[in-house]
Design a protein around this ligand. Structure first.
Ligand code: SF4
Length: 348
């Protein structure tokens, strides 16, 4: 019953999205991974650049980490892009096509239940239920479910129920319809209940309990506070950058030389740090140029950008610094705040 109403609603209200014009599992995979990071309007642009650069599995398998991170720049969760690259390389090496069935999809690196269910139901109409934030909201409201959606036990309840509700046919359309319905009609704030095709079935609506659904348990883990001091050092019209290699945020992206953990850096600290990079230097000037606050899901960052003027006599060996021409900044993937800072600098 619900599936019929959702399919009917979807037929009328379906969003015209470019990846909905294909059943190619590779392209659906790209769209699904991108949309886990961002909203549709932003994701569409990333999807188009991705498919332009890597139109199929073979082209992606030949790509480099730097190229995929450049396309992913600004999306966050960069390990997802790296996993996509690894997956493509492995599949092509083993002479395999990109799969479209759940059983093979779930074995791929970086593909979880949601992505495997979405791809297999869209491409093959496999009877797999998808559970994203929109689906949780619609189902929790229609059935007035009090189980929290961010606990293992709560998720199990929703998984069972969403599976039961699947139609026998048009599973892909139904799954996409349910997600669209949550995003456009049964919205977080001000759902359109009066004109809702599900209102006669919706328990929360009848009980006037919509505001309490879905339920989430509040997590109280405090966010980690971090202070980053980035040093903008330009020598002979070339900018010093380095690749982040530690298992931390922004792994494998590029950044400016960094002193972490101090609110304000002193000349002594700066000399100490720079002497790890160069054998012989003279500091001509250093000023704080800009401070920004950057929020990540588990961290609050204060980022200071410093203008540093130095005279270098000799760079230390074995230091992974790169001297890049200012105009080639666009060839390197940077975390969003650094990219913005550098672009602002180049455009002033
Ligand atoms: S009646 Fe309101 S709360 Fe219930 S499904 Fe429709 S829009 Fe959502």
């Amino acid at each position: 019953m619900i599936s019929e109403l959702i399919l009917k609603w979807y037929k009328k209200n379906k969003r015209d999205l470019i990846w909905r014009k294909t059943k190619n599992p590779y392209k659906i995979w790209v769209s699904e991974i991108i949309l886990q990071q961002t909203k549709i309007s932003v994701g569409s642009k990333y999807y188009l650049s991705f498919i332009k650069k890597f139109p199929n599995l073979e082209s992606l398998s030949k790509g480099s980490e730097k190229e995929i991170l450049k396309i992913w720049e600004g999306l966050g969760y960069y390990s997802r892009a790296i996993n996509m690259l690894k997956t493509a390389k492995t599949l092509v090496k083993n002479k395999k096509k990109f799969p479209s069935n759940y059983e093979s999809l779930i074995k791929l690196k970086g593909v979880g239940d949601y992505t495997a269910s979405a791809i297999s139901s869209i491409c093959k109409n496999e009877k797999k239920a998808v559970l994203d934030g929109n689906v949780f909201r619609v189902i929790s409201r229609v059935f007035n479910i009090s189980a929290p959606i961010n606990t293992v036990a709560g998720k199990k309840i929703f998984q069972k129920l969403t599976f039961k509700l699947l139609p026998d046919n048009q599973v892909g359309d139904y799954n996409q319809g349910l997600m669209d319905f949550g995003s456009l009609h049964c919205t977080i704030r001000k759902p359109k209940c009066k004109s809702c095709p599900l209102k006669n079935l919706c328990k929360s609506y009848k009980l006037n309990n919509i505001e309490n659904r879905p339920r989430k348990i509040k997590r109280t883990t405090p966010k980690k506070e971090r202070v980053y001091n980035y040093l903008k050092i330009i020598i002979n019209n070339k900018l010093l950058i380095k690749k982040r290699s530690k298992s931390d945020i922004w792994k494998n992206l590029f950044e400016l030389p960094l002193i972490e953990g101090k609110e304000i850096i002193s000349k002594e600290l700066l000399i100490k740090y720079l002497s790890t990079l160069f054998d012989s230097i003279k500091i001509n000037h250093f000023q704080l140029d800009k401070t920004i606050n950057h929020k990540l899901s588990h961290q609050n960052m204060t980022i200071n950008f410093w203008n540093i003027g130095i005279t270098v006599r000799k760079e230390k060996k074995n230091i992974s610094l790169l001297n890049i021409k200012l105009k080639s900044i666009a060839n390197y993937p940077f975390p969003k705040p650094i990219l913005k800072y550098l672009n602002d600098y180049l455009n002033t």
